[in-house]
Write a protein that binds this ligand. Structure first.
Ligand code: OFO
Length: 164
C-alpha cells in the first residue's frame, strides 16, 4: 500500500509527465512553424513517449489500490529564440525531472516501500538516457552551429534520432 506522502508525490509526477508531453508537443509545433521538420518530428515523438511515462505511473498508482489524481497542468512556453534555446530548455527540464525521480526513490527507500522502489528503477534508467540524449543534441548544436547550413544539418540530424 502506498503511503499518503508517496501517493501525493507520485500523483505530482503524473502531472509533471503530462507537462513534459505538452511542453515537447508545443515545441514541436514551434519547430514545424519555423520549417524545422526534423526537430518537429523528434519532439512530437518524444511528447508521445512522455504520455507513456505518465500512463505507467498512473497505472502503477491504480494497481496499488490507491487513486490516481490528475491535477491542473501548467501551460508550456510556446515561443523560443532559436533551436538552441528549445534544446537548452529540454535539457534543463529533464534535469529537473531527474531530481524529482531521485526524490521519489529516496522517499520509497526511507519508507521501505521496495515495490515502489523497484518500479522507479525504470525511471532512473530512463532519465539517464534522456539527459544523455538532450545533452548530445546541445553538443551537436555547439559543434555545428546554427548559422547558414548548420541549422539545416542539425534539423536533419535531430530528425533522424530513433527513440527507443
Ligand atoms: Fe523526459 O522523461 Fe518523462 O518526463
Amino acid at each position: 500500500m502506498l503511503s499518503k506522502n508517496l501517493l501525493k508525490k507520485l500523483n505530482k509526477q503524473v502531472s509533471l509527465e503530462f507537462y513534459s508531453s505538452n511542453l515537447y508537443l508545443q515545441m514541436s509545433a514551434w519547430c514545424d512553424h519555423k520549417g524545422l521538420e526534423g526537430a518537429a518530428r523528434f519532439l512530437k515523438a518524444h511528447a508521445a513517449e512522455e504520455m507513456q511515462h505518465m500512463q505507467k505511473i498512473f497505472d502503477y498508482i491504480q494497481d496499488t489500490g490507491a487513486l490516481a489524481i490528475i491535477d491542473a497542468i501548467e501551460k508550456p512556453i510556446a515561443k523560443f529564440k532559436d533551436l538552441k534555446e528549445v534544446f537548452e530548455i529540454t535539457y534543463k527540464h529533464e534535469k529537473m525531472i531527474t531530481t524529482q525521480i531521485n526524490e521519489l526513490v529516496d522517499l520509497s527507500l526511507a519508507e521501505k516501500d521496495f515495490s515502489t522502489f523497484n518500479f522507479l528503477q525504470w525511471y532512473v534508467a530512463e532519465q539517464h538516457e534522456e539527459e544523455k540524449l538532450f545533452k548530445s543534441i546541445l553538443d551537436k548544436i555547439d559543434i555545428i552551429g546554427l548559422e547558414g547550413r548548420g541549422l539545416f544539418m542539425i534539423d536533419k540530424e535531430v530528425g533522424s534520432i530513433q527513440l527507443g
